[in-house]
Design a protein around this ligand. Structure first.
Ligand SMILES: Cc1ncc(COP(=O)(O)O)c(C=O)c1O
Ligand SMILES: N[C@@H](CCCC[NH3+])C(=O)O
Length: 416
């Protein structure tokens, strides 16, 4: 059931590294996000190892988990950042990531955000439309700067994943497709405050088949050829993120080496630094949510429910993408039941698991929702007047509170 070095049972109790999750719940309350620092570092290092023979630079996509301690952990390993907004840029800078290791992306950056990126001195700001290129030029002109720009290409490759997280298809809003590229190159020739430094793609998330990357990279390489033909000195080829992780042990993700084996030969001698923006791959399996069983009930059709104190406000992925998350009892029991694990929110889509075999843990005990590190806390909300939970990071037997639980006062602090 559990295949992790970082979350494992010791004396019948689920632990994060050397720390028992029930201890953490006693100390910090529930619901609680618990992150294994060693897991983050290990995932980052395995990514680096897989692509070691390729000149590349990895920019962790902070949208997956923007907790400052997570960003800082990866920055200490030498990793850069991919940010999607002014707020994420602020977080990356606050975590101490140097601006020249930050890439600024986003399909709809405001003038203020572009200005923030350029004044901070980000290594590359990406454009996803002709209009945005013009906006970047005009902000750069005002600032008396020349912007180092990357253009996000929409390669029209439909990667097989959940339809809400596929991004490289012409039907989607992302990037500039083949038809727009002539105008893009023309603009770089005429607008004096733009320099074309990078070509970029990001075809989606949780992509299992490396062939989608191969197909899209092939298209990106064709654009690289055309750009060079026109005299552009392209330094960076950005392949985005999207590398998969295992959520469901029945459907294991292919190892990252499978992607590296396909991509490295295609990119090795192209005279560019390849940029990767993994988010989920690094963060997803580094955290769990520890949640208390408030009530159990069985109804007239024999259906059983565990009603827990975390919900879709902490992890919206099952509601939004019907995604699978393993749910374990923190304390092991000999007997199991088949039940739904649901939250306290007034929505029928507020569940973590349906019809799942789960230990027969009594009310008051704890469950852990696994693989909650990516697109978990970052997508949390105050819906139903919920307080965003506390977050802790574990490193061996050391525990650090990295985010305090919200308070009722904070819920209303911005209202007049
Ligand atoms: C531009 C860009 N880069 C990187 C990522 C990170 O994706 P993932 O978490 O799937 O690696 C995303 C999110 O899908 C993205 O939009
Ligand atoms: N939020 C999505 C991933 C989106 C990736 C960003 N484009 C998920 O939880 O799977």
């Amino acid at each position: 059931m559990l295949d992790s070095h970082f979350f494992s049972f010791s004396d019948g109790i689920l632990c994060c590294e050397s720390v028992a999750l029930d201890e953490l719940a006693r100390q910090f309350g529930t619901p609680l996000f618990v992150t294994s620092r060693q897991s983050l570092v290990s995932q980052y290092r395995s990514f680096e190892e897989a692509f070691a023979s390729l000149p590349h630079f990895t920019c962790y996509s902070v949208k997956a988990n923007f907790n400052l301690a997570v960003i800082r952990t990866l920055a200490e390993e030498g990793c850069g950042c991919d940010v999607n907004s002014g707020g994420e840029l602020y977080r990356a800078l606050t975590a101490g990531v140097p601006a020249n290791k930050i890439i600024m992306a986003g399909v709809g950056k405001s003038e203020a955000e572009i200005k923030y990126g350029l004044t901070s001195g980000v290594m590359m700001i990406k454009a996803e439309s002709i209009s945005e290129l013009k906006a970047i030029n005009s902000v750069a002109e005002h600032l008396g700067k020349v912007a180092q720009v990357g253009v996000r290409i929409n390669p029209n490759v439909t990667a097989e994943t959940h339809p809400y997280i596929t991004t490289g298809d012409s039907k989607e809003k992302f990037g500039i497709d083949e038809a727009g590229l002539g105008e893009v190159f023309e603009l770089f020739k005429t607008l004096p405050n733009l320099e074309l430094h990078g070509l970029d793609m990001h075809i989606g998330s949780q992509i299992f088949d490396p062939e989608y990357y191969v197909a899209a990279t092939q298209k990106l390489l064709e654009v690289l050829e055309s750009a060079r033909h026109l005299g552009f000195d392209i330094k960076w080829l950005d392949l985005g993120g999207g590398f998969p992780v295992t959520y469901d042990p029945q459907k294991p993700a292919p190892p990252i080496t499978k992607f590296a084996e396909k991509l490295i030969p295609m990119l090795q001698d192209k005279g560019v630094t390849v940029i990767f923006e993994p988010g989920r791959f690094i963060a997803a399996n580094a955290s769990v949510i520890v949640t208390k069983i408030l009530y159990r009930k069985k109804n007239q059709i024999g259906k059983e429910f565990f009603i827990v104190d975390a919900g879709m406000t902490e992890l919206i992925r099952p509601a939004l993408y019907q995604s699978h998350h393993e749910v374990l009892s923190v304390k092991q029991h000999d007997r199991s039941v088949v039940a739904d694990v649901v939250g306290p929110i007034c929505e029928s889509s507020d569940f973590f698991a349906r019809h799942r075999t789960i230990d027969d843990a009594p009310e008051g005990e704890l469950l852990a929702v696994l693989s909650s590190g990516a697109y978990g806390a970052v997508m949390s909300s105050n819906y139903n007047g919920r307080l965003r939970p506390a977050e802790v990071m574990v490193d061996g037997d050391e525990v650090t509170l990295t985010r305090r639980r919200e308070t009722y006062e904070q819920l209303v602090q911005n209202e007049l």
